[in-house]
Ligand binder design. Structure first.
Ligand SMILES: [Zn+2]
Length: 278
């Protein structure tokens, strides 16, 4: 699953590699996929994209926004999209949800694993989009200050029973952080995933802020997680502290065996000693 560090890496590579390339032709949804999300018919994609020149790409949370021609934006990311560049047709995957054939006979393919988006918007549609248009500072940028995080906690109702896991990956949400990076963030902050957000102390908020910054920065600088791929099909170098392979293994801090719970639509891994149960 693409999260902010992976989106950052792929967007930068797409900018460097694709900017200025003109689309000769495109194919949308050649392989049927129930959970690939599009915004227009295959014919519309073809008609809009043909002859357009690629502009810059940028990340927005876990999404990658690639500008196409003067007025359009392709949006990938947030799910299990594999976005790959090809110097020739020899490496094209059999299945793909989007193929762009550039005039210089290079290609971009997007293949959705699990679920994912391959959406095409007119610029004017972006601002109104609930997620793509969401205004929030990237937690990788210096605009994301401790006060920003405090503000999110300040928006909680007193009787809110929801957990810190929900807070980080759903509502209000830290832009671009999903279940993949959540584990290391909460481990570094020494907070149990089930702890209620309204019970998070001032000290824990500071620790959480630091953990968000450290984890995402390290990951982006390492090219993303080692379980994910970049534009050239290379894995990242960020090895997670906590993931499925660490269950029952000793905690790197205290040696207590790492535990796993199924919680809020995804596994949570934690050290029962460093991250005390609420
Ligand atoms: Zn521990």
């Amino acid at each position: 699953m693409i999260e902010l560090p992976e989106a950052t890496v792929i967007a930068r590579q797409m900018s460097d590699e694709l900017k200025g390339k003109t689309i000769e032709s495109s194919i949308r949804g050649s392989s049927p996929h129930k959970f690939a999300f599009y915004t227009r018919s295959p014919e519309e994609y073809e008609a809009i994209l043909k002859g357009k020149t690629m502009g810059l790409s940028k990340e927005h949370g876990s999404l990658i926004l690639a500008s196409v021609g003067p007025d359009h934006v392709l949006v990938f990311g947030g799910g299990g999209e594999r976005i790959l560049f090809h110097r020739s047709k020899d490496t094209l995957p059999q299945k793909h949800q989007l193929l762009l054939h550039f005039q210089d006979d290079t290609y971009l393919t997007v293949t959705v694993q699990g679920w994912g988006s391959v959406q095409l918007f007119h610029q004017s549609e972006i601002a109104a989009h609930p997620y793509v248009g969401k205004k929030a500072p990237s937690p990788l940028s210096d605009a994301f200050t401790f006060e920003c995080l405090q503000g999110l906690f300040g928006s909680l109702e007193e009787e809110d029973k929801r957990s810190i896991k929900y807070f980080v990956i759903s509502e209000p949400g830290i832009l671009g952080v999903g279940n993949g990076y959540l584990q290391d963030i909460l481990f570094r902050a020494k907070i149990h995933p089930r702890k209620r957000s309204i019970d998070i102390t001032e000290t824990e908020k500071r620790a959480l802020y630091k953990a968000i910054r450290t984890t995402l920065k390290q990951a982006a600088e390492s090219g993303g997680r080692d379980t994910e791929r970049d534009l050239y099909n290379n894995p990242g170098r960020y090895q997670r502290i906590l993931d499925s392979k660490k269950v029952d293994q000793p905690c790197p801090e205290c040696g207590t065996p790492i535990e796993k719970i199924q919680y809020l639509g995804g596994a949570s891994y934690f050290c029962p000693d460093c991250q005390k149960s609420p």
